[in-house]
Design a protein around this ligand. Structure first.
Ligand SMILES: Nc1ncnc2c1ncn2[C@@H]1O[C@H](COP(=O)(O)OP(=O)(O)O)[C@@H](O)[C@H]1O
Ligand SMILES: [Mg+2]
Length: 294
């Protein structure tokens, strides 16, 4: 059997010079070494907002047996992913569909899935490549940690959004993730989204520290997308905002992030509100810290 990295390179789009003819979907990993930083929340918000802006979006929960996407969306849990893996159901039968928003959720403590010890990276990449012509964006909500599944999915994706929070552990874990992606898989570009930001100076320090470390020690670039403020209300307040109102602080923060990302990836400003600003480099500049914390 081929080594995982060899197989990845044979599959991998970023090793190709040009996009395959007729290919549509941008595959984006929402990732970051640490758990609890907001990867799933950001993936859901991004998928929802893109689908509301008329893009056809597939969100795949890649945390195969600790799936959180359905929970956060208030949907009933199911084992459709297991049915897909065992070919008992078709891909379409396993989806939750709400207009342009399609979700392939995964399992929660499914014993059968656990005992099968499957190669989830191959399996998920097979799903992506089978359906990438049907979507504008395929978002991968990646599990925490430096598992082979996570690294392979990250490396396979066209873009990676590293979600990190302004604490030392998250900064260190994000750097570790980028280091392995860079040295083992040749990934030389990542986007950074800082979540749970309390103050502008905190955000500024974080961007500077991580940006300069990446620049000095890796042959990689870090493209800063901006931040999402820390919601200090009741525990489930953030989750309510995630699904709700067009005028929420989260919506405003995220509209800016999304504009930057889509301007760069598809050359279009998809934000319905606010102006977009040019792409920010990994050097801290004044405009990196302009958005007001709400
Ligand atoms: N900006 C934020 N402000 C407040 N709470 C947040 C924010 N982002 C995420 N959370 C909360 O943090 C917890 C972890 O988020 P989650 O998206 O599940 O992280 P991950 O997927 O990285 O493990 C959840 O309870 C979520 O509601
Ligand atoms: Mg998660």
């Amino acid at each position: 059997m081929k080594q995982a990295s060899e197989w990845l390179i044979s599959q991998n789009k970023f090793h190709r010079d040009a996009r395959a003819p007729g290919r549509r979907a941008h595959t984006v990993s929402i990732t970051g070494g640490k758990g609890g930083v907001g990867k799933t929340s950001i993936a859901i918000k991004m998928a929802r907002m893109l689908s509301q802006r008329d893009f056809k979006v597939l969100l795949i929960d890649c945390d195969t047996n600790l799936s959180n996407t359905a929970v956060k969306l208030g949907l009933p849990l199911n084992d459709h992913f297991m049915d897909l893996v065992t070919a008992r159901k078709s891909f379409e039968e396993c989806l939750y569909i709400d207009g342009n928003f399609h979700l392939l959720s995964a399992c929660n403590g499914n014993l059968d899935l656990f005992e099968r010890n499957l190669e989830f990276d191959r399996l998920l990449i097979d799903v992506v490549s089978a359906h990438e012509r049907e979507y504008d964006f395929i978002l991968l909500d990646c599990p925490a940690g430096l598992s082979k599944t996570s690294m392979t999915l990250n490396a396979y994706s066209d873009q990676r959004i590293i979600v990190a929070t302004p604490d030392r552990a998250s900064i260190t874990d994000s750097y570790s993730l980028m280091k392995i992606l860079n040295t083992k898989y040749g990934v030389n570009e990542n986007h950074l989204l800082v979540n749970k930001v309390s103050t502008l100076s905190q955000y500024q320090r974080m961007v500077k520290t991580l940006g300069e470390t990446v620049e000095n020690f890796l042959t990689a670039r870090l493209k800063v997308l901006g931040f999402v403020a820390l919601e200090r209300g009741a525990v489930d307040r953030f989750d309510q905002e995630l699904l709700g109102g067009a005028n929420s602080a989260l919506e405003r923060d995220f509209a800016k992030v999304l504009s930057r990302f889509t301007e760069e990836t598809i050359g279009a400003n998809v934000s319905a509100q606010g102006s977009t600003r040019p792409y920010m480099s990994n050097k801290v500049r004044e405009q990196d810290v302009q958005p007001a914390i709400c």
